[in-house]
Design a protein around this ligand. Structure first.
Ligand code: GTP
Ligand code: MG
Length: 444
């Protein structure tokens, strides 16, 4: 407003307001930045690599700090995923950093299942996020997002080729997470060997169809640096917790009898390139890719598995309500079908049991009849035997009576005879002459 206008307004007794600054929607990005800064950020790194390959040392070197570090033993039965979260602050920016370690990776004799716990862990984090999204009362604003944003895959500096464990694991992970392959302990391999090894690794990844994370080249501001960095993959890194004096500066390095390997020297290793790509240039893209590509894929598959679709068989849009109704109908139909099946099964079982019971009853009845018949026959034969015995007894009694009668008669006869003899004797003694006569007669 021109000064003359202000003067006119002032003379008319009207209040004039002065602007606090520039007015326009071009301040929207600033609003977004200040909101994001006040919210804080989270970043989750998964370190996949054999025991002792240098995972913890690299993390300490990357974030220039010393995180908790427990040495893993080589005697684990399986692979264990160990997440650790740290609250970091740089300037006024808060970062919730989660580092997930694969404890015991590559230590088992049978490594067939080694990728499984890693896949399960990644899926579990997706599932947790999906569950939060599906809640009626969501709190995604302050939800601690644990989805893995980047997987640093540590390749052993063998100079040969990738191990089958590496290929299998990366293949299983590539649709779930952004993989950045890195050659660990790159100071243990010569420059020319490293060059050949990098080419070999990349050609093996391509021939096995392993999709690794490509630094995006769409944004003009970072297209050049990202495309040139894509050509450096896999990064050959060196980690160190030591500081060595080089010139008049203390630098992170590994000191050997023949010289010093400087971690942050680009002609010694790719550590700086990795740090640039991972933290300075592409951290947000990694977070975005995780949400828009990997999580989206998980969510789509999961919802389709649950029966949700965007279009009906005629390619017409399908609303959530319709899907729900259709699913409900399908579920009720299924339930009815199952109920009918169960009822039928129950009836059949009852019939079978009834038939079995009837068969048993019949068997029992037959056995009873048989027993009854046997019993009657036995009874009859016992009766016959009893009758025979009775007859035997009767005839015995009859014979006994007859014998007794005979015995009695015989006894009577002999008694009379003895009485007569006694009488005769008496007469003999009373009539001596007669007796003697008789005796004389008997003697003759
Ligand atoms: P675990 O957690 O026990 O599986 O081991 P890790 O993979 O975390 O390895 P760590 O960082 O504990 O390093 C193991 C050994 O390798 C230590 O002696 C480190 O000093 C050494 N080391 C780490 N990084 C490098 C490297 O870049 N080059 C060389 N030569 N040695 C390294
Ligand atoms: Mg470790």
């Amino acid at each position: 407003m021109a000064a003359t206008d202000l003067d006119i307004l002032a003379s008319e007794g009207m209040r004039s307001l002065c602007l606090g600054g520039h007015v326009g929607f071009d301040s929207l990005p600033d609003q977004l930045v200040s909101k994001s800064v006040s919210q804080g950020f989270c970043f989750n790194i998964l370190c996949v690599g054999e025991t002792g390959i240098g995972k913890s040392t690299l993390m300490n070197t990357l974030f220039n700090t010393t995180f908790e570090n427990e040495e893993a033993s080589h005697y684990m039965d399986g692979v264990l995923l160990r997440p650790r979260t740290y609250d970091l602050q740089e300037s006024s920016v808060d970062l919730k950093l989660t580092i997930v370690d694969t404890v015991g990776f590559g230590d088992q004799i049978n490594k067939e299942e080694s990728y499984k716990p890693i896949v399960d862990y990644i899926d579990t984090q997706f599932e947790n996020y999906l569950q939060e999204e599906l809640k009626i009362r969501r709190s995604l604003f302050n939800y601690h997002d644990t989805r893995i944003h980047v997987c640093l895959y540590f390749i052993a500096p063998t100079g040969h080729s990738l191990k089958s464990l590496d290929l299998v694991t990366m293949k299983k992970l590539d649709s779930k997470v952004n993989i950045i392959p890195i050659i660990a302990k790159a100071d243990t391999i010569s420059k020319s060997e490293l060059h050949k090894f990098k080419i070999k690794v990349m050609s093996e990844l391509v021939s096995n169809g392993v999709q690794i994370y490509q630094f995006p080249a769409e944004d003009e501001a970072i297209a050049e640096i990202n495309s040139s960095m894509n050509a450096h993959l896999p990064f050959a890194v060196v980690g160190s917790s030591e500081e060595v004096k080089v010139g008049n500066k203390m630098v992170r390095a590994r000191q050997y009898p023949w010289g010093v390997v400087q971690v942050e020297n680009e002609s010694h290793c790719d550590f700086v390139r990795l740090r640039e790509m991972l933290i300075r240039v592409n951290m947000e893209d990694l977070r975005e890719q995780t949400h828009a590509r990997h999580y989206e894929l998980y969510r789509r598959c999961k919802l389709e598995e649950m029966g949700f679709k965007d279009t009906d068989p005629d390619n017409e849009p399908f609303s959530l309500q319709e899907t729900y109704e259709a699913k409900r109908k399908e579920f009720l139909g299924d339930l009815q079908h199952k109920e009918e099946g169960m009822r039928q099964m129950f009836v059949n079982r009852v019939k079978v049991t009834e038939a079995e019971l009837k068969e048993k009853e019949r068997e029992l009845h037959d056995r009873f009849e048989l027993l009854k018949r046997t019993h009657q026959e036995e009874k009859r034969s016992v009766e016959e035997k009893r009758r025979d015995l009775e007859e035997d007894m009767n005839s015995f009694n009859r014979r006994k009576v007859a014998a007794e009668t005979l015995q009695g008669q015989a006894f009577q006869g002999s008694a009379q005879l003895s009485i007569k003899k006694d009488k005769d004797k008496k007469n003999f003694f009373t009539l001596p002459s007669a007796c003697s006569l008789t005796a004389g007669r008997n003697l003759h």
